[in-house]
Design a protein around this ligand. Sequence first.
Ligand SMILES: *[C@@H]1O[C@H](CO)[C@@H](O)[C@H](O)[C@H]1NC(C)=O
Ligand SMILES: *[C@@H]1O[C@H](CO)[C@@H](O)[C@H](O)[C@H]1NC(C)=O
Ligand SMILES: *[C@@H]1O[C@H](CO)[C@@H](O)[C@H](O)[C@H]1NC(C)=O
Ligand SMILES: *[C@@H]1O[C@H](CO)[C@@H](O)[C@H](O)[C@H]1NC(C)=O
Length: 662
Amino acid sequence: MKAISLILLHLLVCQCSGVIYKLNDSDFSRMPPVFHLDDYDHCITNPDGLYCSVDIDVVSDTGSELYSMMKTYSDYNRKHFNHTSLHYGICVTHTCKKFLPINAMSKTLNNTGDLSNTDLQLVLETCLNESLWNHYELKTKIAAPIYCNNIEEQVKDGGHLAVGVFLLVLLTMNVIGTLYDAVFVRGQNRAGNNLLLCFSVPHNFSRLINPYAKLGPREERLKVFHGLRTLTIMSVIFCHSLLPFALAPENVHYVESLYDNIMHFIFLNGTVVVQTFFIISGCLLAYKLELYAENHEINWTLLPKILINTWVKLTPSYMVVLAVTATWLGYAGSGPFWKIAVMREVDDCRIDGWANMLYINNYFDHTQCMVQTWYLASNMQLYILGYVTCILIKRGRCRKAALILLFIVGIITPIAHTYFQNLDAVLMITPETARSFMDNPTFNHVYKRGHTNIFNFVLGIALGFLIYRLQTNEVNMQKYKKYRYLFLLTFPAIAGSMFIGSVFYLDGTSTSIYTKAIYAGLIKPLFGIILAILIIGCVFKIENVYRTILEWNGWKIPGKLSYCAFLLHIALVRIATGSLRTLVPLTNLRMIEITIAFIVMSYLVAIPFWLLVDAPLTEFLQKLLTGSLCQRTEETKEVPDNNIALMNNLKMIDTEKGNSRL
Ligand SMILES: *[C@@H]1O[C@H](CO)[C@@H](O)[C@H](O)[C@H]1NC(C)=O
Ligand SMILES: *[C@@H]1O[C@H](CO)[C@@H](O)[C@H](O)[C@H]1NC(C)=O
Ligand SMILES: *[C@@H]1O[C@H](CO)[C@@H](O)[C@H](O)[C@H]1NC(C)=O
Ligand SMILES: *[C@@H]1O[C@H](CO)[C@@H](O)[C@H](O)[C@H]1NC(C)=O
């Protein structure tokens, strides 16, 4: 007890080192607002209207007391925005009218581009210097590039055309396929042409609403994954849909004060839930491989086939979203935040999109191109690792050794990165990180890499083998039923493990690098092991509370749409944020409203996307690869061509998308 109070005292005493943790309201309101927008629509409805978004560095050449307070306050960046760096949207032709050179006005009039960038910078700086001096006795420097509504019209190029044509062809195929299906196949009750049926909406719709229909009783027991996958995707969308509040909050002080709210830590450390996907992927990989091995010999020739199959399942819709992001997304709206929220991603995708297609984008930093897909890249790399290990090493003992080796690697890599690169123990969602999300070293080196996420994938593989073994040997798991209360503790334990991370947000603490490194190494395994226990409890019906929730049949369809929702949701969030005309006040109700809206919207958009893009393209490519395109469906059933049998089995291996995908 004494020790604890000593530690607490120590923590409190440490708060003295010239850092301002809190400001009272009157002091806070002395500072210039970090975010400000002039009326956007009013400005640009005027044909001469020039509206610019600028990042402003506040400076002071008079040794202002206010300025040093702002600096000290901002230095505590764990919970505070950088108050010396302002983000304003300014209607130059209105707010800074008197600083515009006379001829500049006429130049904007005849639309020849307009003021050169340096002129503009000078105008804005003079203008802001004056207003900030009048109100706060501060001066400014314009920092980053200035984005204005009428500078540089976006150019369309061949890429736009190609993507447009492709989408048009795809849509036409869907129309043809649907008509063909309706008129010739369903109408006359006969087998149809395989190629055209891929693109039939009714055909795909029935696949959507009867997902996982063909599973055997053993696989059926894995249905807990539908719920897990859907809930995890929903929490991912939940977190991402807070972007508007990070980019354009009206009540900055309140946002900062949320960091002292204990409930908030669930979100802040919630990033670890993504690990759920790795466990599911690994588990299905091992489990389906074992099922496959029941009827087939496993040898290395399986490897390329399986990998191609996995690639085919993930890539077509991913490629479509990427292509649209790199081209047409930029035209989906406009607003003061359009450049930072949307155009930055569009531009980055044009440059770095190729890395996404090769599934190596998680090893490239400093790009905003579909940031959420670091997970797909990571997962693909781990798939390759997992399949190579499980297919090439067939002897039980060697395989065990290999898995143990990988476990160790999985624990050591985050520790080593954190220690040697002096990173944070967890991905710290500080206000500025959430705002710009650029080059966060912890995100880059530990969070998104493949080799730092090995542990839970391998844990998933081990879990898959274990579940298969227990099922085939018909081990009686009911005897563990008396421990079901322990299984009930898994969920509180998961929540608890998220809370532990909040020590890194405590005021006035600076944890040693050893603590951080060890925490970074152990948090993912801790989460993974608890989750694995929960999964076992559900699969073997040891525990009934979480099982009833997670195995609810209503998760099946959203589970199937999850991949599409995952691909699309960031674009929705970005468009909505980019189209903001005003700052958004953060309140609890507003937060719930917005997050639910984005979750629902993502799934709604995912339905047509799945029907028209994902399902047809994947099925088409799969048939193309197995060469069963030209056959009629009946024949496919009758001719058990080796190759088709294999492919069908592979299809089962990660049955009906989602399973392997997420
Ligand atoms: C706020 O804090 C400052 C100094 O930190 C103090 O001078 C001022 O009186 C406080 N204002 C209120 C309303 O408490
Ligand atoms: C705040 O922003 C200014 C200007 O961009 C920068 O020089 C300073 O280092 C930033 N402060 C912190 C704590 O990041
Ligand atoms: C635009 O207006 C300016 C000033 O009236 C004039 O000098 C310039 O030639 C005009 N440019 C074009 C392309 O009309
Ligand atoms: C604005 O004020 C800063 C600080 O005094 C100064 O460096 C800068 O040149 C000023 N800008 C203009 C355009 O006068």
